[in-house]
Write a protein that binds this ligand. Sequence first.
Ligand code: 5GP
Ligand code: ZN
Length: 116
Amino acid sequence: MTEQDCLFCKIVNGDINADIVFENDSLIAFRDINPKAPTHVLLIPREHIATMNDLEDGHDTLAGELFLTAARIAADEGLADDGYRVVMNCNAAAGQSVFHIHLHLLGGRTMGWPPG
Ligand code: 5GP
Ligand code: ZN
């Protein structure tokens, strides 16, 4: 998968439309096209990073910003008190299907644990 073929790079570039809930210079957050909960937002860096294994020392601020932004969106969506879940799947065994890292923000229903 090259960056040219990457679905989420196409969302970053505006080649594919998405329901964007927040964006800044480093990241974009948009609603999942096939939501697994009443609120299901994906937070992605603008930079193409294929998997969590590809995070490097220079990505520490970016990684933190993904989590901070997820918490702020959760609050905006009214999820902060009841609770919500953030998940990043890495590679096939975890179910990663798009190889541009994304933090799932899920909320609005009760979740089971452990996840499947
Ligand atoms: P993964 O399985 O890689 O952790 O999650 C990929 C997520 O991307 C899935 O929840 C899937 O529904 C979502 N997704 C796949 N294609 C699109 C798309 O074109 N637009 C949006 N908004 N979400 C997508
Ligand atoms: Zn990409």
